[in-house]
Design a protein around this ligand. Structure first.
Ligand SMILES: [Zn+2]
Ligand SMILES: [Zn+2]
Length: 820
């Protein structure tokens, strides 16, 4: 029981400065404590769920504090150290603590007046045990699709409904309306059984005889019978086993289903691996892995953090599992972070196989209910010991955090872009480790310059794992000079004759192909061939991308779409052409060149659905796809066994992107996508198409020379003053009125002038000046030296001051610390 508290400081889920003081009603004086939720009124009428950050007995100066409306929890839902984490984040990333709360807590834990509620779809009408208040609310909801908390309060004429609504949510009578729209769908898998009528031996014999004329089907049936004897569930064979593992033709299996010899059905795949598998959880490390394992352990005796630089397919995951086993043996907790997109069934199953019920999964593709469940489990006395999650898992409550692994450390998706807090998981993880006295392991085949720099300077440990697992060689990389092919007129659309030849060879060998093109849509843009006119977005200063599938031109910044122009509005010419190649056109042309191959595209347009991404991945794994065309999504750390060739269509595009990180990123993308080629058995091949075959980055990719890339990049970064030599803060101002944004930026630049030891660049319009109808103007601050913390405080205060000026209240100020 806490000491008597007369006032509490409450964090509200709003982008506002500081916490807010509320008065504690007498009957709650003994119950309020740090980390519990309260419902408070803020503004005229609005009610919010906030979190108590502090209890005290000094009334606020100059105004009368309002009373807390309701106290929602018996026990805190966030721990004190989490509040400390939010506070660090707010200061480091120049935002408000309410922004951090908003990012941290699953929305199910912070009902606000606007939260919409509906009857739970699984609620069967059971009313036993519901009290009168609960029944009133149930009745109000039965007559409506959904209601907000405010509306419910009005309908049942009560002011305090949070607590009772929450009890209904917990009883699963009521659900947040948003939840209904993306309801959890289990992962399923296709399986086959023998049809009932074939249990008759004679019938079966007849079928066999009939199939003599269809040898592939016969082979399929024999394999089915063979596999069904050894499968876990007798008589049931997974599609994956039949087709992918045993090389049976998918068409033949489909024919057997058509003839009603086999029955096809979908079964739910349990999220937890079966118990047999858990037992065989022990991992044999190879000699190299064992060496690295020992090296890491030795390093961690001295250092708080280490970078594991391991080539693609070096078996980093096995190492991680060994390290996790070690850490949890004494009751510690481990957080294993991956970029969102890499959190596929592949990795989840591998981890669950080893740690079974000790693993919890946490990422933004999960439903809010699922996330609330994990959150509550972590509050309990028996939390998951291992959390596998995306960047948001940093916000979970921990009891004894001992180790954080951040794999694919170089991925820029570890940085949150919008909204605030614009945090980087790597730096936030480093903070958490310091607080917990835990160890941090970063892993990557192509580390970020920053991490490698820290390794080289011995600020963190650095370990190399240079051998691929199972002795597989790194792929052979061929360069195709586009200038020569163009001169010889051997290009066919986006493809060189060299690449087309390699694709054919690979398909003939019955291997798979990945084609990487970092531009979605059909073409980059459409253009009038007579006068050069290009259609631009009406909201943004950017040309529109042609999408053939939907027959329109679309803006990739704001989503605006328009009809394809047939007549040039500028010169009335009808000679309008598409220029440049997007993934959509690449897919289409590949299908023309290789009509017998199955081509699939993986980009933002084909993976919008919640499960679309996973489906494409598993189709590719099961060899239902021969050629996969994709944007950088295909470069993520996925392991495929049968990829013989990777083609990079246009390396020039990557190299010429106007950003100080473009060389680093071009190297990372090319090296990563190359790493998808060649797994078991055969050395893979990569073909890079470029018109700059002697560009040093291309040569470094060919030589697999990360070190060389790092050294050349470091020279440039030092010369032009970029990270890791200095820190950057980018402040973007946004407004519909160009003059207003100009004025605000000029005033802010002036306000920032007195801040010492900084280089101020701008204000300037960025590459794309107008996005979603708002003009953007940027100031970039480059800072070095110590006490950066104090200068950040000054910067944030300067921004606040300008924002509060009468003229600029409607201007949006977006500070981004360490932009990527
Ligand atoms: Zn024209
Ligand atoms: Zn636009």
């Amino acid at each position: 029981m806490s000491a008597l508290a007369l006032f509490v400081e409450v964090i509200l889920p709003l982008p506002l400065h500081g916490t807010f003081t509320y008065r504690v009603p007498r009957d709650l004086e003994h119950y309020v404590s740090l980390g519990k939720r309260v419902v408070v009124q803020f503004g005229r009428k609005k009610l919010y769920t906030g979190i108590i950050a502090e209890t005290h007995d000094s009334p606020p100066k100059g105004y009368q504090a309002k009373y807390i409306e309701e106290l929602l929890d018996d026990a805190p839902i966030v721990f004190e150290d989490q509040l400390g984490f939010w506070d660090w984040m707010r200061q480091y990333y120049l935002c408000h603590i309410g922004d951090c709360m908003q990012a941290a807590i699953p929305s199910g834990l912070k009902l606000s007046s606007e939260s919409r509620l509906a009857i739970h779809p699984n609620y069967a009408g059971e009313m036993d045990g519901l009290d009168e208040e609960q029944l009133d609310i149930l009745e109000a909801l039965q007559n409506n699709n959904f209601l907000t908390l405010d509306e419910i309060a009005k309908l049942i004429r009560k002011t305090h409904v949070h607590a009772v609504v929450r009890s209904l949510v917990e009883l699963q009578v009521v659900v947040q309306y948003e939840e209904l729209q993306h309801k959890f769908r289990p992962k399923t898998e296709t399986v086959y059984r023998m049809a009932e009528w074939l249990s008759d031996k004679e019938q079966l014999q007849e079928v066999f005889e009939a199939l003599n004329r269809a040898p592939k089907q016969l082979e399929a049936l024999m394999q089915f019978i063979q596999s069904s004897k050894t499968s876990k569930e007798k008589g049931v064979v997974k599609r994956q086993i039949l087709i992918a593992d045993n090389g049976i033709s998918a068409a033949a299996v489909d024919q057997l289903v058509k003839k009603e010899i086999l029955l096809k059905s979908e079964v739910e795949v349990t999220r937890l691996a079966d118990k047999d598998a858990w037992a065989q959880g022990d991992i044999e490390l190879t000699e190299h892995q064992q060496q690295t394992f020992d090296e890491l352990n030795a390093l961690f005796a001295e250092k708080d953090a280490a970078l594991l630089h391991g080539v693609t397919s070096s078996g980093k995951t096995e190492l991680y599992i060994k390290l996790i086993q070690q850490k949890i043996a004494d009751g510690g907790q481990v957080l294993y972070m991956l970029p969102e997109i890499a959190l596929t069934a592949q990795i989840i199953q591998r981890l669950q196989k080893h740690f079974g019920e000790k693993v919890g999964i946490y990422h933004s593709k999960m439903s809010d209910n699922e996330r609330v469940e994990v959150w509550k489990k972590q509050l309990s006395n028996e939390p998951y010991q291992v959390i596998l999650g995306a960047r948001s898992s940093l916000f979970l409550p921990f009891r004894k955090l001992e180790f954080i692994i951040l794999d694919e450390e170089h991925e820029h998706t570890f940085k949150q872009h919008d909204p605030a807090p614009r945090y980087h998981a790597r730096d936030a993880a480093a903070y958490l480790c310091k607080k917990w006295n835990a160890k941090l392991l970063l892993g990557s085949a192509t580390p970020s310059i920053e991490a490698y720099f820290n390794g080289k300077r011995e600020r963190i440990g650095l370990v190399h794992l240079t051998e691929r697992y199972g002795g597989i060689k790194l792929p052979h990389i061929e360069i195709c000079d586009l200038k020569l092919e163009r001169k010889a007129e051997t290009m066919k659309g986006p493809f060189s004759s060299q690449l087309l030849g390699r694709i054919k060879e690979t398909l003939d060998r019955n291997q798979q192909v990945i084609i990487f093109q970092n531009r979605r849509g059909y073409s980059s843009f459409v253009q009038c061939n007579s006068c050069g006119w290009v259609p631009d977005c009406i909201n943004c200063d950017i040309s529109l991308t042609y999408h053939k599938y939907s027959q329109d031109v679309r803006c990739h910044y704001c989503g605006h779409s328009d009809k394809v122009p047939h007549v040039c509005p500028n010169c009335q010419s009808t000679y309008i052409k598409t220029k440049g190649f997007g993934t959509e056109q690449v897919e289409e042309e590949l299908a023309l060149h290789f009509p017998e191959a199955i081509v699939q595209r993986m980009d933002m347009d084909t993976t919008r659905g919640k499960h679309a991404y996973t489906r494409i991945i598993s189709d590719f794994e099961d060899r239902r796809i021969d050629i996969l065309v994709g944007t950088q999504m295909v470069t993520k750390g996925l392991d495929f066994d049968h990829v013989g060739l990777v083609g990079i269509l246009n390396a020039d595009q990557l190299l010429n992107y106007p950003d100080f990180r473009s060389f680093e990123r071009a190297y990372q993308l090319m090296a990563q996508v190359s790493g998808r080629a060649g797994r078991k058995g055969r050395r893979g091949l990569v073909v890079i198409q470029t018109s700059e075959p002697t560009h040093f980055i291309i040569e470094q990719v060919v030589r697999n020379d990360y070190e060389g890339m790092y050294q050349s990049e470091l020279v440039l970064r030092k010369q032009f003053r970029y990270p890791p030599f200095i820190r950057m803060i980018q402040i973007t101002m946004k407004h519909r009125d160009r003059e207003k944004v100009d004025a605000a930026a000029a005033v802010l630049a002036k306000e920032l002038e007195p801040i010492p030891d900084k280089l101020l660049l701008g204000p300037e319009f960025p590459l794309v000046q107008r996005i979603r109808n708002k003009y953007n103007k940027q100031i970039i601050l480059k800072m070095g030296g110590a006490n950066i913390k104090e200068r950040k405080v000054q910067i944030f205060k300067a921004i606040q001051r300008v924002h509060e000026m009468k003229d600029f209240r409607s201007v949006q100020f977006v500070p981004d610390v360490d932009p990527v």
